[in-house]
Design a protein around this ligand. Structure first.
Ligand code: TXA
Ligand code: MG
Length: 331
């Protein structure tokens, strides 16, 4: 297929803009752009265009077996991408969209198999970011968008993070400021009309259960990754990273020079520590989630010998944060 390549790079510079018209033009020509969402930045392309989808996979160096999330402009467009939608899916969509909830639904035949990695289900959500909603409003196709990071590395929650990864590969980044939730969407699938959790995320299980009752947990299986976001190693810094519920003791047992700490709310008193990140001084889990990836990005740039992360309380968003930290430490 022949398509016009639209270039907006000036002197080979990437364009960082809040101009939706430019973003729209690139997308309409099968180009890929970075878009802001409330969770993390995404690498977006026309979900109906195989050309665009192939570019996303190759840019991200993502294996083709790992499907993408389709972003639609509002719940009213759910039937454009999905069929046989369970009643409880509508209930969840009504409550949480626009917002950080992704639903796994039986796919419409118009969604290319590449998007869903040949699965019979499609992952779909309505992102809650004003610029991206405006953009979707002006497009006559949904946007397939994985997080804007190379496969396996830390997700981006700011334009700067996206630039660090894709400075030489992207033409346009839509600048929507720092992401306000800071961790990816919660993914829920359905079996026999029951909700099943595929990925912990920005909406806690407790909040989901208030709407639909008990949520079952999808059993993790690395060899058959029906939600490869559940693959053990993911969201990983380059620096060796460890997770513990007793940071003080861990430091004593592992004396090293360049130690960086990732802590919930309190600093550790120890002169030997090179650098400490506090995720929320007031102990607010939402704030901690918002700051999590930015803190990991900063720590990872410091050339430390190790990052030691503190385990969070195992409830609400603490569960999601622990999940991401656990994956960050997997070898
Ligand atoms: O918050 C988010 O969800 C962000 C923003 C950009 O929307 N997106 C995101 O996409 O986190 P990604 O590709 O990094 O993670 C999507 C996860 C992957 O683990 C993928 O395997 C899973 O969703 N997924 C997508 N389609 C699926 C399907 N049909 N069945 C099971 N898992 C699916
Ligand atoms: Mg991702």
């Amino acid at each position: 297929m022949i398509f016009k390549k639209v270039k907006y790079k000036i002197n080979n510079q990437i364009l960082i803009t809040s101009n939706i018209a430019i973003a729209k033009r690139v997308l309409e020509n099968n180009g890929i752009i970075a878009i802001p969402t409330e969770t993390v930045y995404g690498l977006a392309g026309n979900a109906y265009s195989e050309d665009a989808i192939i570019k996303i996979f190759s840019l991200k160096k993502r294996p083709l077996f790992n499907p993408l999330i389709v972003h639609i402009k509002s719940g009213a467009f759910i039937t454009d991408v999905a069929v046989d939608i369970p009643t409880i899916a509508f209930k969840l969509a009504t409550k949480f969209w626009p917002g950080p909830l992704t639903l796994l639904l039986k796919k419409q035949s118009n969604i290319p198999d590449l998007v869903t990695a040949s699965k019979s289900t499609v992952a779909v959500r309505v992102p809650n970011h004003p610029l991206t909603l405006q953009l979707l409003e002006q497009l006559d196709f949904p946007l397939a968008a994985p997080s804007a990071n190379p496969f396996g590395s830390i997700s981006p929650t700011s334009v700067e993070h996206v630039l660090n990864y894709f400075k030489h590969d992207l033409e346009v980044i839509v600048d929507g400021g720092p992401c306000k939730n800071g961790v990816e969407s919660t993914i829920i699938g359905f079996e026999n009309n029951l909700p099943i959790l595929y990925r912990l995320g920005a909406i806690s299980i407790e909040e989901i259960e208030k709407v639909v009752g008990k949520v079952l947990i999808h059993s993790k299986n690395d060899t058959d990754p029906s939600a490869p976001g559940m693959l053990s190693r993911h969201y990983s810094p380059n620096t060796p990273t460890f997770l513990t519920d007793n940071v003080g003791e861990f430091i004593q047992l592992n004396p090293k020079k360049g130690i960086g700490l990732l802590l919930f709310k309190d600093l550790i008193v120890n002169d030997e520590i090179t650098y400490q990140e506090i995720l929320s001084k007031s102990g607010d889990m939402n704030e901690a989630a918002k700051n999590l990836y930015a803190a990991l990005h900063r720590l990872d740039k410091l050339d430390l010998d190790m990052i030691i992360a503190e385990k969070f309380p195992d409830n609400g968003l603490g569960k999601t944060i622990n999940d991401r930290l656990q994956r960050a430490v997997e070898k």
